[in-house]
Design a protein around this ligand. Structure first.
Ligand code: UGA
Length: 432
């Protein structure tokens, strides 16, 4: 099938590349000429394991093309995926849909034969209705179908999540496009992916409800971890004990810093804002947002306690600053609030991250990037394991440090407390 992905951000690029790997002819379009030129050279602008190999392979065998020509790309394709960003509106909580509607206008001017137009971007309920309204201003309704097909890819695991999804959700109000899309996804369905067909609005809401529920699960265990810390219980026993109940499930019960990334913070806010618009109070999700926003302050106060409230001139090393491992994404990472707060109190911060220097800390006083784990640790008073990269999982702290021992605050519970303490380190973790 001939597919066009509009927007080569995370969703568009990963999905486009994976669809081409399944044998479809895919054109990835973007306004950003520099990005398109980089992709043509096989250079991928985001860090995602396995992605650049698939870009090079499918570009070489001509199943994958890159272009800045939107009109031509739309006209050459049967299925158009809208994959542009839906960030939070500046100063608000709802999703900014301007990019989506601009693309809808462009599509409406370019339709030359029947097109299936799909939102893969995360969009609030009724966005599909509005896209349909925009396109039908210039086109007869039998020339196009607007469908919602949300993606559930995790950064860092995106290729695997695309290839072996738990479910594929197609929200369409007509059966013809449903048949075409079932066929498009048949290689994944035959490997065991569940395929569900719903109304367009239901598919839009499934995406938000899923992210909000996962964010709730993470926040729930984070709050239970707070109670564990006060009562001498290991939160991991609680996660295991709860997770073995099949009604609950074991995943997304790892306590840690505040959740971050480009999706949970944005989508939890957007769903409450949509609900407000429909005069519905999503009070559970609102309290999840509040709890998560407080979490970085809570962990910071733990850092102050650990350092006996003497922060000035203390050397603090952050291992990992991205919002989670296997991504270079800094969006809404809890390090973005913790590092400036510690710097303001006079700490001297060094950080190491496998994905390198971060411009986000450029203007923060006394913050420097050290391009070597060992060097970043030497001379520290406190080491904060902020992100769960594999690179940090088997460090032999005792061997690295010959002299003065630093304190370790393991925010991802990577290490066994008894093992690290037996090596003479003061060790703190989350909920244990
Ligand atoms: C999330 C969803 O998991 C994907 O299904 C969805 O497609 C994506 O958002 C999206 O909407 O595009 P992602 O943001 O890549 O994916 O990250 P997750 O792996 O879900 O992690 C989100 C946050 O929760 C991170 O800060 C992570 O550290 C935290 N988390 C996750 C925990 O603290 N504990 C856990 O047990 C799991």
């Amino acid at each position: 099938m001939k597919l066009c992905m509009i927007g080569t951000g995370y969703v568009g690029l990963v999905s486009g590349v994976c669809f081409s790997d399944l044998g479809n002819d895919v054109i990835c379009v973007d306004k950003d000429l520099d990005k398109i030129n980089l992709l043509k050279k096989g250079q991928v602008p985001i860090y995602e394991p396995g992605l650049s190999e698939l870009v090079v392979k499918n570009y070489r065998n001509k199943k994958l093309k890159f272009s800045t020509n939107l009109k031509k790309s739309i006209q050459e394709s049967d299925i158009i995926f809208i994959c542009v960003g839906t960030p939070t509106k500046k100063g608000g909580t709802s999703a900014d849909l301007s990019q989506i509607y601009n693309v809808a206008k462009e599509i409406s001017l370019s339709i030359n034969k029947f097109k299936i137009i799909i939102t893969k971007s995360t969009v609030p309920v009724t966005t599909g209705d509005e896209i349909e309204r925009i396109i039908s201003k210039r086109n007869n309704k039998n020339r196009f179908s607007v469908v919602s097909n949300p993606e559930f890819l995790r950064e860092g695991e995106a290729i695997r999540d695309f290839t072996y999804p738990d479910r594929i959700v197609i929200g369409s109000n007509d059966l013809k496009s449903n048949r075409v899309l079932k066929n498009l996804y048949s290689p994944l369905i035959s490997k065991g992916a569940q395929y569900i067909h719903t109304s367009r609005r239901a598919a839009e809401l499934i995406k938000y409800a899923s992210n909000a529920f996962l964010a709730t699960k993470v926040t729930f265990i984070n709050e239970i971890a707070n109670l564990c810390e006060k009562t001498g219980i290991n939160v991991e026993d609680i996660s295991i004990g709860m997770g073995l109940d099949k009604r609950i499930g074991s995943r997304f019960l790892r306590a840690g810093p505040a959740y971050g990334g480009s999706c949970f913070p944005k989508d939890t806010k957007a769903i409450t804002s949509t609900a407000n618009r429909f005069k519905t109070d999503l009070s559970v999700i609102k309290s999840v947002i509040r709890s998560n926003e407080n979490r970085s302050n809570l962990l910071l106060s733990r850092v102050y306690e650990i350092l006996n409230k003497k922060i000035k001139n203390k050397k603090i090393t952050f291992l990992g600053v991205t919002f989670k491992a296997n991504t270079d994404d800094m969006r809404d990472s809890s390090s973005l609030s913790m590092i400036p707060a510690l710097s303001k109190k006079g700490a001297i911060i060094r950080y190491f991250d496998p994905t390198g220097y971060k411009k986000e800390f450029e203007k923060i006083k006394n913050v420097s990037f050290i391009n070597n784990i060992k060097k970043s640790l030497i001379g520290s008073d406190l080491v904060i394991i902020h992100t769960e990269w594999n690179d940090f999982k088997s460090l032999n702290f005792k061997q690295i440090i010959k002299g003065k021992k630093f304190i370790i605050y393991d925010m991802r519970n990577i290490y066994s407390p008894s093992k690290i303490k037996s090596q003479g380190f003061k060790y703190f973790s989350i909920g244990r």
